[in-house]
Every structure is written in structure tokens, then in C-alpha cells.
Design a protein around this ligand. Structure first.
Ligand SMILES: [Zn+2]
Length: 329
């Protein structure tokens, strides 16, 4: 796991001054400054849990008296049994999702660039009479997290990052069904053993209805592309961006090209693309042009994306219908 600094470059400001207009008619000079507090903190009793993570182990604390298991092992003295000392248990590297996991689309400041992501509570000590659930990251090898993957009761496999620092982000869970049979018993299973880079695209069902819907979607997108040429707002949205997005649908493929502030639509799937998106129903794109949202379609699972980079392009495309509506009568 890349460590880097606590604050990224994005938090920095250039040295300098700027002028602003005051509420009164005066001009004022403002300067860039900073205020930062760093501190170090121990994990205290939780240290044993995090030290074990570094070694590829998942530790729990079990009470001999009431048999409850705490994971993470947040204390070694049972809170319900008059603080009797608890014993260490090596927990299995498999678990069950305790509740359907939310998918975060709009993250807080510390997770910018990492959305969409899923996290949920994992029941690890499934044999114990009482056990806490481990809050964890959830990942899939099938592209971005979508509804239907991390549902309550799904069996999960624990995965460790190859480089670990002793933090909760050293671990995450993937659906057991996505782990090759030969790796299911592996302890610890390292992230590098799984393929997250090139997720296999889902298969689409071809149909005549979808072919007709694709015809409509292409016409709508071409009309939108024409309006972009007359819309300064839309051209500004596209800015200096350059993307070649391939799309596979149940009605056939097409390509969206963004270059020099223009959108171009080609009725076939280009050989060279940045990403290939998949939507069984091409009407996703008609709805987008009619002021819908590709981001919503992705969130709802109607548009499949291979990566976060692809997801990052959607908000820009989503702005276009609104921008042309404002500029082009
Ligand atoms: Zn107890």
C-alpha cells in the first residue's frame, strides 16, 4: 500500500496574494496561509490486533466466561464479565456480510478519488455465541462495486494488502465466489494474487429491441453532440479532456470521443479505447441525453464500468445535457 504523506498536494496553496472586493466598496488584499496540526497516537490495547494484521493474521479477543468474541480485539478485558482477562483467538479468513453494504459515491475529503467504494460489517467469528462484527472495506474483482454484490449473508474471503503498515486499510474482503478455488483456503491471501486491474466485462444479451433502442440512443447523442458545438458551457465542461470511451450494449457497440471541447459519436466500437463500458439496455444513453445521469445509471447497476478512472468521466458527460439546454435554444 502506498503510504505517502498525510496531506496530499491538493491541500496545498501557492504562496501569494490576491485581491478581493469587500462588502463595502473597498479592495482588499488577501494572502494564502496555513494551519495544520499533526499528532501521533498509539493504538493502545488495539495494538495487538494491528500488529497481527501486519503478520497476515486476524485476531479476536475471546472471553472464557461468556464466550463472546470481540473483533477487532478492542480490549483484552471482558466488558460484560467484570473485566476478566480475555484470550487471543486466531480468526478465520472467511466471513459473512452481516448487513447489505452501502456504496459511497460522494466521499468525505479524506477519500476523494477513491469512490465509489463499499464498506460493511463482517461476521467473522460465526461459531461464537456472541461476536462483534468487523467494519471493513469490501472490494470486487468484477469492476466497481454495484448493488447486488455485497448483500446480507454473502460469503466473503479476507484479503491482505501486500504491503501492510498496521492499519485497518491493510485488509479488505471480496466475495468468496470471486476467489479461485485453489486460493480459498489461503492464509493470508494477498491482494496481488487476485486480478483487480482488468475485470472481465459482463456479457450482454443481444436483442432486436436493444438494436432499435441503440438507434434511438445514437440519434439522441448525435443531436447532443451537434448542440455541444454551439454551447460554450458544454465546451468548457469538456475542456482540454481527451477520452475514447467504447460502449457495448445489447444492440451493438458504439464509441464516444471527447477531444478539443467536442463530443463525437461513432456507431461502432473503436479498436483502441480508454475504457469499454457495458450497458445491456442502450436506452441508458437516451435517458442521459434527456437530462438523465450516467452516474445514476452506474450506481443503479445499469451501466458497468471497469475502473474508477472510467467513473470519473461520467460527471463530465452528465453536465452536457444541462449545459446545452442553457446555451442552445
Ligand atoms: Zn465475558
Amino acid at each position: 500500500m502506498k503510504q505517502g504523506n498525510i496531506l496530499g498536494e491538493v491541500w496545498n496553496l501557492p504562496r501569494g496574494t490576491s485581491e478581493i472586493a469587500g462588502k463595502d466598496p473597498g479592495r482588499y488584499l488577501q494572502f494564502n496561509s496555513h494551519m495544520v496540526t499533526f499528532y501521533q497516537q498509539t493504538y493502545g490495547e488495539l495494538s495487538r490486533f494491528f500488529l497481527a494484521l501486519r503478520e497476515g493474521k486476524l485476531l479476536g479477543a475471546r472471553c472464557r466466561k461468556c464466550k463472546q468474541v470481540l473483533v477487532p480485539a478492542s480490549t483484552w478485558h471482558c466488558p460484560t464479565c467484570d473485566f476478566v482477562e480475555m484470550e487471543e483467538v486466531d480468526l478465520p479468513h472467511r466471513g459473512v456480510l452481516a448487513a447489505t453494504a452501502p456504496i459511497t459515491i460522494f466521499p468525505s475529503a479524506s477519500f476523494i478519488g477513491e469512490a465509489p467504494f463499499a464498506r460493511g460489517y463482517v461476521d467473522v467469528a460465526t461459531d461464537a455465541r456472541i461476536a462483534s462484527f468487523l467494519p471493513s472495506r469490501l472490494r470486487t474483482t468484477t469492476g466497481l462495486p454495484r448493488p447486488g454484490i455485497f448483500v446480507k449473508g454473502v460469503e466473503l474471503k479476507l484479503v491482505f494488502e501486500d504491503d501492510r503498515i498496521g492499519a485497518i486499510r491493510d485488509i479488505f474482503w471480496v466475495p468468496m465466489s470471486e476467489v479461485p478455488a485453489r486460493l480459498r483456503q489461503k492464509k493470508p491471501l494477498l491482494a496481488s494474487a487476485l486480478n483487480f486491474k482488468n475485470p472481465p466485462a459482463p456479457k450482454v444479451r443481444k436483442s432486436r429491441e436493444a438494436a432499435a433502442a441503440l438507434g434511438e440512443a445514437l440519434a439522441a447523442m448525435r443531436a447532443l453532440a451537434g448542440k455541444v458545438t454551439k454551447s460554450p458551457r458544454a465546451q468548457k465542461d469538456l475542456g482540454g479532456r481527451k477520452h475514447v470511451l467504447g460502449v457495448t450494449t445489447g444492440g451493438g457497440g458504439f464509441t464516444l470521443k471527447i477531444e478539443k471541447g467536442a463530443l463525437r459519436v461513432a456507431a461502432d466500437l473503436a479498436k483502441k479505447t480508454d475504457f469499454v463500458l457495458v450497458a445491456e439496455d442502450p436506452a441508458v444513453f437516451s435517458r442521459w441525453v434527456a437530462d438523465g445521469s450516467l452516474t445514476d445509471a452506474a450506481v443503479e447497476g445499469k451501466l458497468w464500468l471497469p475502473s474508477r478512472e472510467a467513473f470519473g468521466v461520467l460527471p463530465i458527460l452528465d453536465r452536457l445535457p444541462r449545459s446545452v439546454r442553457r446555451d442552445v435554444k
